[in-house]
Design a protein around this ligand. Sequence first.
Ligand code: ASP
Length: 322
Amino acid sequence: MTQTHVPVIAIHGGAGTISAATTSAEQAQAYHDALKNIVAAAQAMLLKGASALDAACLAVEMLEECPLFNAGHGAVFTHDETHELDAAVMDGATLAAGAIAGVCRIRRPVRAARAVLEDGAHVLLAGAGAETFARERGLEMVEPSFFSTEARRQQLYRVRGTGRVVTDHEGASMTAASPLDEDKKFGTVGAVALDMHGHLAAATSTGGMTNKRVGRIGDSPLIGAGTYADDRTAAVSCTGSGEMFIRVAAAYDVCARMAYGGATLEAATHAVVQQSLPAIGGSGGLIGVDRHGNLSLAFNSEGMYRGHARGNEAANTAIFAA
Ligand code: ASP
């Protein structure tokens, strides 16, 4: 097996607006530390020769387990004060994909998405059927309350009072303890990777959007909308107002612009994030890595939690625009 590629990993922890409250250096540091740690773990795997798929899944699993981010433990609430989690993974080498939607009992949703990919019979399983599948595969199951945090519950109460689903930047102001205002931020997590063998993969996981209607499914688990990977072009994971990402097939559009129009990754992500999405009121961002190892971490909101590392270089993390 040739090992000619310098591996690359990039992750995101959601996009959004700057907190109305003053963010202390310590608060920002907690996010930087979590992002760095997770990038470093996936980077170490890639440097040992692991596949992009394994590295992307590990990064997302770690993000799911971190309550700072809206996926797994710390996921947002639906209007009915329940959780409905979505996740997807895609292997750029084979175009194999797996996703789950609307689940509330699978501890690590990205593992279930990976199991769907490996099973191969279907691409997307939803609700009770997805949970039965995960149970059959021996994945860890939890009570729905496992995902709840008091901060997310208070966030629902504030947002529900406004009658809005938080897809725009008009939520109530609050005393946020995080750099991006928790009421005005999209909290999906995701990862994209290029491995030593030249293969790409993407993974995304989310609690969705605060105050969403029960049964609503966002872009994250939809292959081509929130998640896509193809070795011939790029691996992409999105975060933002899911409905608009679905309508422009955001992740696939980045790859299609590269494949059909010869666009660079940078030009393709710019067109989607700065033109196609804002044209229909879409807000958020995405991360992408192409087959040459070029990276794009693009967003049209004020900030996006993000981190990346190339080869054995130190991990880089950022929250606001450079
Ligand atoms: N895109 C996600 C969704 O619509 C939300 C997010 O990125 O936080 O479900």
